[in-house]
Design a binder for this molecule. Structure first.
Ligand SMILES: C=CC1=C(C)c2cc3[nH]c(cc4nc(cc5[nH]c(cc1n2)c(C)c5CCC(=O)O)C(CCC(=O)O)=C4C)c(C)c3C=C
Ligand SMILES: [Fe+2]
Ligand SMILES: [Fe+2]
Length: 337
């Protein structure tokens, strides 16, 4: 019997698309000190005064527009992925969410109870490093292990933003869309406040200090989300043989008043439409499963913005979800991360 088990970890969704459930979810999410990186009292005030009074209603409506018979798309698709991986490997695999359910605590307790399990391969389902995604789920897992005195070690899968297997899976998944006619391919990555990147630059003098910082080799790139998404884009463009002017990068899902990475996806789509681009393809490689941010923000809202600005069609390329090439890659990592 193997000593290893696997925990796949994604972000999580509200339990239901109603206002109270979304409020609970947003409160847990935004009170996370890795997400809003301010002292507790300031975070509490911002979340209570500026987010919780109005956002749960708007977000609940957005969730309702994409909710499925099986629940939230992010959870339902992550469960399909989990099942497909479990079928390929001879070790226990569980799925957990950083916010909402099933929790990281429940997943680790379940795995730790299985006789003979000594090591958990912990796989954050994010290709790129960010404290607000990767660090927070790792720290939560460590707390659970300490709190419950679990006799297991964690092996953590590193961000895989430029691993050949991941780029290959993305290119294979995207190929049918690239073979259709289109004018421009937009890589829309989830955004991040610039302060999160600056805080992680060990030199304090590299990240976001000059225009080509992300393509100039530097130790900061181990934790630089912007460098990592640029590296994914470059590796994808090379493997898919994209023409240099046929694609660009933008950042979506901005929240609040702080300065976030740019350009903003909606602004970029307006610019493309105004410059005569008619048919745009959008892919979102920061997400491995489709979710609110791809299905509602891009496929519904961004499409409206693009068409209103003069574009003709916007097609969202699905995330990897339970694509067989991606499932095979995860199964390989289970055996040898
Ligand atoms: C892909 C990686 C993600 C990063 C980096 C990230 C940072 C980040 N997000 C918020 C605020 C919100 N994000 C929300 C939804 C959401 N975010 C991600 C992924 C990343 N977030 C996913 C996969 C989802 C979808 C969840 C789902 O149920 O489908 C939301 C909730 C929805 C809404 O009200 O808009 C918020 C809020 C911040 C502040 C942040 C970095 C600081
Ligand atoms: Fe950079
Ligand atoms: Fe987010």
């Amino acid at each position: 019997m193997t000593q290893r088990a696997v925990l796949l970890v994604n972000l999580g969704s509200p339990d239901n698309p109603d206002v109270p459930s979304v409020r609970r979810y947003l409160n847990q999410f935004l009170m996370d000190p890795y997400v809003i990186q301010l002292p507790w009292l300031m975070r509490r005030l911002i979340v209570s005064l500026f987010v919780l009074p109005s956002r749960p209603k708007a977000s609940a409506e957005a969730y309702q527009s994409v909710w499925t018979e099986d629940g939230s798309p992010l959870i339902a698709l992550s469960e399909k992925l989990h099942k497909a991986v479990q079928q390929q490997v001879d070790m226990p695999v569980e799925l957990a969410m950083r916010y909402g359910n099933p929790s990281i605590e429940a997943g680790l307790l379940k795995l730790a109870k299985i006789s003979g399990i000594k090591e958990v391969l912990f796989v954050p389902l994010y290709p790129h490093f960010a404290d607000s995604t990767v660090t927070t789920c790792i720290e939560t897992a460590k707390q659970v292990i300490t709190q419950h005195k679990l006799d297991i070690t964690l092996t953590i899968k590193s961000p895989f933003y430029q691993e050949a297997g991941y780029i290959n899976a993305l290119v294979e998944q995207t190929r049918p869309y690239l073979m259709e006619e289109y004018d421009h391919l937009l890589f829309s990555y989830h955004g991040l406040p610039e302060s999160h990147i600056l805080k992680r630059d060990p030199s304090g003098q590299h990240c976001l200090k000059h225009a080509d910082c992300c393509t100039t080799p530097h130790a900061a790139h181990a934790t630089c989300y912007r460098h990592q998404v640029m590296a994914t884009t470059a590796a994808f463009a090379e493997k898919a043989k994209l023409e240099p002017d046929s694609y660009s990068v933008a950042f979506q899902s901005r929240l609040g008043r702080a300065k976030w990475l740019g350009p903003n996806t909606e602004d970029r789509l307006i610019e493309l439409a105004q410059n005569g681009t008619k048919n745009v393809l959008v892919m979102c490689p920061a997400f491995v499963t489709d979710c609110l941010e791809t299905l509602e923000e891009i496929a519904i809202r961004a499409e409206e913005v693009f068409i209103e600005a003069g574009g003709r069609s916007l097609a969202l390329i699905p995330c990897l979800n339970d694509d067989p090439v991606w499932v095979d890659l995860l199964a390989q990592w289970c055996e040898a991360p």
